[in-house]
Design a protein around this ligand. Structure first.
Ligand code: CTP
Ligand code: ZN
Length: 150
């Protein structure tokens, strides 16, 4: 049993089993790096039994929408979302990658119509689940999710 490095939270969400190094991207993809006023902790490279190491994000008094849960699955499909109430885990969600990913990550192709000022939101088709690979529905280029700028 590893030491508890950050205290348990009373209410909110714990995103656990994030691949090491991706915790900050999880915070960014949820747009919590600014404008989120509650306590937010990021643990990086925590010892874990299931993975060798993992990152954990704990957000007090935060409930994720379905769209937010889906966006986490793009960069951390192995993560577990724990809903915390009164210090207890009341729900544990495994992630499922959706078939299409809309408005979560930008297309890295600078010439793509989604990057030329047109009012179109980035849209990708998931062409591979593990490792996650996305295909832009506009320029049709393929990208590994781990290579994307978040
Ligand atoms: N946690 C927390 N605050 C709480 C309850 C749990 O921060 N009040 C955190 C735990 O530290 C852990 C995660 O939420 O990182 C999941 O908790 P729990 O289900 O109790 O742990 P495990 O059984 O180890 O989870 P798993 O089986 O998903 O590995
Ligand atoms: Zn594109």
């Amino acid at each position: 049993m590893p030491d508890l490095k950050v205290s348990k939270i009373s209410n909110g969400t714990v995103i656990d089993h994030i691949p090491p190094g991706r915790g900050l991207d999880v915070i960014k993809i949820l747009r919590m790096e600014r404008g989120f006023d509650n306590t937010l902790s990021l643990l990086m490279n925590v010892e874990s039994s299931r993975l060798e190491k993992k990152d954990i994000v704990k957000a007090e008094d935060k409930e994720l929408t379905k769209e937010e849960v889906d966006s986490v699955s793009v960069i951390a499909p192995s993560a577990t979302i724990n809903i915390i109430e009164d210090y207890g885990v009341v729900e544990k969600k495994r992630l499922r990658l959706p078939d299409k990913v809309e408005g979560v990550v930008d297309c890295p192709n600078p010439h793509c119509v989604t990057n030329t000022g047109e009012p179109v939101e980035a849209l990708f088709e998931v062409v591979n689940q593990n490792p996650v690979e996305l295909k832009c529905s506009y320029c049709e280029r393929k990208f590994k999710a781990l290579e994307l700028e978040i």
